[in-house]
Design a protein around this ligand. Structure first.
Ligand code: G6P
Length: 491
C-alpha cells in the first residue's frame, strides 16, 4: 500500500486470473461460499485486499450470477468488503476449449515435467484466444483511466498482455507465470509457441518463481522470436516494447490472525485424531493438495509402501492422511489419477492395515483454510513431494502453521520452495527408497532437531511474505513508469 501511495500514486490495481477468489454455489435452498484450493488465490487475495483493487475472474460458481450487481460485480470478502470482484461469464464451449482444453490439457502438462503428454487442438486454441480477448475487453471496461496497473495471472492468459498493451498503451502490465517454464526444446512442442511468446511480451514485467524458469523463458524467446535480449539487465525488446523478465518467489500472508484464532497444537491433534478415528499412539503424516498428477501423490504411496517393507516396525504406528481437493475432474488424466490413487490406498490398507488401523486415509474433499491449518498443526510430518511445481505454497503454509516449532517437512527438490526452505528434508519423489529413508529420518527426529530446522524456515517465510513479493514487482514497475515518463519529458 505504501509503495502504491508513494511510487505509483492514483494507480488503479486490476488483477486478472481465471480462478476467482470467492465462488458462490447453490447448496440445498441456499448459497454456499467457497474459497478455492489454489496457490494463486491464496497469494493474490491479501494483495488485492490491501490495494482495494478490482479482481477480474471467470464466474464459475453455480450461484455466481445471483450474487452480482448490474455490472457483474460483487464486493468481497463477504462480511468485510474491500474490493470488487468482477465476474466474466463463459459459455460451455469457451470453458471447455480455453480452460479444460488449451490451458489444462495443453499448457499445464507442457510446462510441468510429469510425463503427461500435452494435447493441442486447434479448436481449443481458438477458444483460448477468444476468451483472452473477452478478458481484455473487461480490463478495458474496468480501467478508470489510461494508466492502470494490471496484474495478469498465469498460463490461462498468455495472449492477454499484448491485447491490453494494444488498447491501453500506457498501462503497466505485470504478468506472473505461476507454473514452471520448460526448456526451449520442450516448449517447441507447442504449435502456437511464437504467438504465446508475442502475447506475453506485451507485458512490462514477466515474473517467475525461480531464476531457472525465467532463464528458460528467455531461451525460448531467443530461439523462436527475432528480439533483442539484454541478459545483464534481464530485459527483452520485441516489437518496440521492452519487458523485464525476473524471478519473484511467491509467498503467503503470514497467518498471525488465523493462528491466534486456532486452538493450540495439542487441541488440533486431538480434533484431527477424533475426526479420522486414529489410534492414540500413531504418528501422523499429511499431504494436502489438489488431486493433480504433478503433485506426486502416487509416488508418496510408493514411499510408504517401501517404508513399511524396509522398516516394518512402523506398521500400526504410522497413518498417512492425504487431503486431495477435487480438481479438473472431467479430464481423463485426472479421472485416471483419482482411480489409481484410491486403488493404491485401498491396496496399502489391505496389505498393512488391521482391525481399527488403516495406514492410508484419503479424503477427496474440499477443505477450508481453517481446516487445513488444523491438519498441518496436528501432523508429525508434512509431505510436499510434487514431481514439479513452480513454488508450492503448501510447504510455506505448513511451516507457518507450526508456531510450536515442531513437525518435519519433506520437500521435493522439484518444487520452487526447495530453493528457499533449505532446512526441510529435500527428496527426489521418483526415488521411493530415498523417500522412505527420509520418512524414517523424520519419524525418529528429535524435538530439538525439529526445532532447529523449523525455526529458520518460519523466519524465512515470515520475512519473505506475499507483500514483499508484490512489493518488489510494484517497485520495479514504478521504476519503469518513472523512466518512461522521464524519457517522454526529455524527448
Ligand atoms: C495452480 C495454478 C492456478 C490454479 C490452481 C488451481 O496453482 O497455477 O492458476 O488456480 O492450480 O487450479 P484450478 O484449475 O482449479 O484453478
Amino acid at each position: 500500500r505504501k509503495i502504491l501511495a508513494d511510487d505509483l500514486p492514483d494507480a488503479q490495481v486490476i488483477v486478472v486470473s481465471n480462478r476467482e477468489p470467492y465462488i458462490h454455489n447453490i447448496k440445498g435452498n441456499g448459497v454456499e461460499l467457497l474459497v478455492p484450493a489454489s496457490g494463486l488465490v491464496s497469494a493474490l487475495e491479501p494483495i488485492t485486499r490491501a490495494c482495494s483493487g478490482t479482481w477480474i475472474a471467470y464466474g464459475g460458481g453455480t450461484a455466481d450470477r445471483l450474487m452480482v450487481d448490474e455490472n457483474d460485480r460483487v464486493q468481497v470478502p463477504p462480511g468485510n468488503p474491500s474490493y470488487a470482484l468482477r465476474r466474466v461469464w463463459l459459455t460451455e464451449e469457451e470453458h471447455q476449449g480455453y480452460y479444460l482444453g488449451f490451458a489444462n490439457e495443453g499448457l499445464w502438462p507442457l510446462c510441468h515435467i510429469a510425463f503427461t503428454r500435452p494435447v493441442f487442438r486447434a479448436s481449443d486454441w481458438e477458444a483460448y484466444e477468444a476468451v483472452n480477448r473477452k478478458f481484455a475487453d473487461t480490463v478495458v471496461a474496468e480501467a478508470r483511466n489510461e494508466r492502470p496497473i494490471v496484474l495478469v495471472q498465469d498460463y490461462h492468459f498468455a495472449l492477454l498482455p499484448r491485447m491490453i498493451r494494444e488498447r491501453l498503451p500506457e498501462a503497466i502490465v505485470i504478468t506472473f507465470w505461476h507454473i514452471p517454464w520448460p526448456n526451449s526444446e520442450v516448449y517447441s512442442i507447442c504449435p502456437w509457441r511464437e504467438r504465446i511468446l508475442e502475447g506475453l511480451l506485451g507485458s512490462s514485467i514477466i515474473g517467475f518463481h525461480t531464476q531457472f524458469h525465467a532463464n528458460n523463458f528467455t531461451e525460448s524467446v531467443d530461439r523462436f522470436l527475432e528480439s533483442r535480449i539484454e541478459r545483464a539487465d534481464a530485459a527483452i525488446s520485441y516489437g518496440g516494447q521492452t519487458t523485464l523478465v525476473h524471478a519473484y518467489p511467491i509467498s503467503i500472508e503470514w497467518p498471525a490472525e488465523l493462528l491466534a484464532k486456532l486452538p493450540d497444537v495439542d487441541q488440533c491433534r486431538g480434533r484431527v485424531r477424533d475426526r479420522f478415528e486414529l489410534p492414540a499412539d500413531v504418528k501422523l503424516c499429511v499431504g494436502v493438495e489438489r488431486l493433480d498428477y504433478t503433485k506426486g501423490i502416487l509416488d508418496r504411496f510408493h514411499a510408504l509402501d517401501e517404508l513399511f517393507t524396509r522398516h516394518p516396525e512402523w506398521i500400526g504406528k504410522l497413518v498417512f492422511l492425504q487431503i486431495a481437493a477435487p480438481s479438473r475432474g472431467t479430464l481423463p488424466a485426472y479421472r485416471q489419477l483419482h482411480d489409481e490413487c484410491h486403488r493404491y490406498a485401498e491396496e496399502l490398507n489391505q496389505r498393512f492395515g488391521s482391525e481399527g488401523y488403516k495406514p492410508v486415509i484419503m479424503v477427496a474433499e474440499h477443505h477450508s483454510q481453517e481446516q487445513v491449518y488444523e491438519i498441518y498443526r496436528a501432523a508429525d510430518i508434512g509431505m510436499v513431494t510434487s514431481l514439479h511445481d513452480g513454488m508450492n505454497l503448501v510447504a510455506k503454509e505448513f511451516v507457518a502453521a507450526r508456531d510450536d516449532e515442531q513437525g518435519v517437512l519433506l520437500l521435493s527438490t522439484f518444487a520452487g520452495a526447495s530453493r528457499e526452505l533449505l532446512e526441510a528434508l529435500i527428496v527426489n519423489p521418483y526415488d521411493a527408497a530415498m523417500m522412505s529413508e527420509a520418512l524414517q529420518q523424520a519419524l525418529i527426529m528429535s524435538p530439538d532437531e525439529q526445532r532447529e530446522r523449523m525455526r529458520p524456515m518460519r523466519e524465512m517465510v515470515r520475512n519473505n511474505n506475499v507483500y514483499r513479493w508484490a512489493g518488489s514487482m510494484l517497485l520495479d514497475a514504478a521504476r519503469l513508469r518513472k523512466r518512461g515518463d522521464l524519457d517522454r519529458v526529455t524527448g
